[in-house]
Write a protein that binds this ligand. Structure first.
Ligand code: NAD
Length: 260
């Protein structure tokens, strides 16, 4: 048991999740890292963040497509550190296809990982946060939680869903020292987007620069990717005392996408 606050970040071995964990580690939180893999590199990552930031860090292998794993992640974190103060529901996957040929297993996987896992982690975290009298839940949604795009039905449905879950969570915790918000990034250059760029290059026979300009950043008026550090900074702000009255809302980091 320790006086430090504890932060869980789901899907935190790469991209936005890893950047958020690093930012929260720098702010002095003990860290619970997660992915579905159970490799020595995962535990080594936790050890390296612990050493870098002088905090404690634990890696918990748990598959966010499985409700029982999502619930166990939060219980393991509370068992290890005595409480959970911050929960960043970040794990997410993508599949792109028209609705009529959208593989059912991909639909189920995206809804489970991008939406339902946050219901499970939140359900276990809330009583623990109420007992601590403090909680910050940050759900990583997307500009696709506010706008749609063709061929992304499951992702858009899941991200709109998590925006709704964030609002309901905020209402059920208002006045209890707990907040819940959704961060809505536009395009951020991570492995999730890199795969989409490579698929489009192959499909359309175009070079990378053309795909990025005409197909990826077309919707982002700034014509620049947001960075993982900018998303992580937004997550850290929502966990701060300055954000104590920000709850049940969305924060867009999307280069102007949703202003359109
Ligand atoms: P990423 O692929 O770099 O990271 C995804 C993380 O989720 C990885 O750590 C991966 O191991 C983990 N993960 C995947 N399946 C999992 C599972 N079943 N159980 C546990 N962990 C699992 O992607 P990213 O771009 O950093 O995405 C993070 C979040 O940000 C996602 O929710 C994504 O939808 C959202 N987002 C990303 C962008 C973008 O442009 N990159 C834009 C808006 C929203």
């Amino acid at each position: 048991m320790t006086a430090r606050k504890t932060a869980i970040v789901t899907g935190s071995t790469s991209g936005i999740g890893l950047a958020s964990a690093r930012r929260l580690g720098a702010a002095g939180y003990n860290l619970v890292l997660n992915s579905f893999t159970d490799a020595s590199e995962d535990r080594a990552l936790a050890e390296s963040l612990a050493a870098e930031f002088g905090v404690e860090a634990l890696y918990v292998a748990a598959d966010m497509s499985k409700g029982e794993d999502a619930r166990r992640l939060v219980r393991d974190a509370a068992d290890a550190f005595g409480a959970v103060h911050v929960l960043v529901n970040n794990a997410g996957v993508q599949h792109v296809s028209p609705i009529e040929s959208f593989p059912v297993n991909q639909w189920d996987r995206i809804i489970a990982i991008n939406l339902t896992s946050a219901f499970h982690t939140t359900a276990v975290a809330l009583p623990i946060m109420r007992e601590a009298g403090f909680g910050r839940i940050v759900n990583i949604a997307s500009a696709h939680g506010l706008r749609a795009s063709v061929n992304k039905s499951a992702y858009v449905a899941a991200k709109h869903g998590i925006v709704g879950l964030s609002k309901t969570t905020a209402l059920e915790t208002a006045g209890q020292g707990i907040t819940c918000n959704a961060v809505c990034p536009g395009f951020v250059l991570t492995p999730l987007v890199e795969t989409q760029i490579e698929d489009l290059m192959a499909q359309k026979g175009l070079d990378r620069e053309t795909v990025v300009a005409e197909h990826v950043l077309r919707k982002q008026p700034s014509k620049e990717f947001a960075t993982v550090d900018q998303i992580a900074g937004t997550v850290a702000f929502l966990c701060s005392d300055d954000a104590a009255q920000i709850t049940g809302t969305t924060v867009s980091v999307d280069g102007g996408w949703t202003a359109q």
